[in-house]
Design a protein around this ligand. Structure first.
Ligand SMILES: Cc1cn([C@H]2C[C@H](O)[C@@H](COP(=O)(O)OP(=O)(O)O[C@H]3O[C@@H](C)C(=O)[C@@H](O)[C@H]3O)O2)c(=O)[nH]c1=O
Length: 187
């Protein structure tokens, strides 16, 4: 017969514990609420004995209404964060090719149904996806892996070298309710 206090300990542990809530549906799609306008699309990696093929963007997918007009890639070194950044006139459209990234978005758009919301979106070479960052949404990209991460970005406008559509805030700004820990970034 177990001692009454051993049952009491288990009861107290269960009472103090937090139950898991749903995070994905049966198809593996995230059920978390996304910042308004963010769309994530899984990509297919075709593999055979010679190597791989992965389609990255096809207007026929109807994933994003804007055409392909400009492409570049950027990297982030391990332990670094790029951001906070915000584009007032265009969207970013990311496809991560290498590494692991935490993409943090903060929606301060006054008329957004998700005004005030923060999203942490994890992108990995283990599950290639497209994700867009709507115009007006603050974002910062953290390399959470142990090698350079590489992202191909298909912004919805061409880069204006004379007047880039980009404004920045220091990573430790108090104006955004999010803190990165133990990282290097733009101060
Ligand atoms: C984005 C971009 C930058 N550049 C030049 C400008 C500058 O001299 C150098 C580095 O630019 P940046 O400091 O803007 O690069 P970076 O901070 O890596 O920019 C990227 O950051 C991540 C977080 C994003 O969200 C992207 O939209 C993009 O802004 O590259 C181009 O020539 N063409 C481009 O399309």
């Amino acid at each position: 017969m177990p001692m009454p206090d051993s049952e009491d300990i288990q009861d107290r542990l269960i009472a103090a514990a937090v139950a898991d809530s749903q995070s994905v549906d049966a198809s593996g799609r995230s059920t978390r609420a996304l910042v308004h306008g963010v769309k994530i699309r899984d990509l297919t990696l075709h593999t055979d004995e010679r190597g791989t093929v992965c389609e990255m963007f096809d207007p026929r997918w109807a994933w994003h209404e804007d055409p392909l007009v400009f492409v570049y890639h950027f990297t982030i070194r391990p332990g670094w964060v790029k951001g906070w950044a915000m584009h007032q006139c265009h969207e970013d459209r990311y496809c991560l090719l290498q590494g692991e990234m935490k993409l943090v978005m903060y929606d301060a758009r006054p008329d957004s149904p998700t005004h005030g919301q923060v999203n942490e979106i994890y992108l990995s070479e283990q599950r290639r996806q497209l994700v867009n960052v709507p115009a007006g949404v603050w974002h910062a990209d953290e390399n959470i892996g142990n090698k350079d991460l590489m992202v191909v970005n298909f912004p919805t406008i061409q880069y204006d070298h004379a007047a880039p559509d980009k404004i920045r805030l220091p990573l430790d700004t108090d104006l955004i309710p999010y803190r990165f820990r133990d990282v290097k970034g733009e101060q």
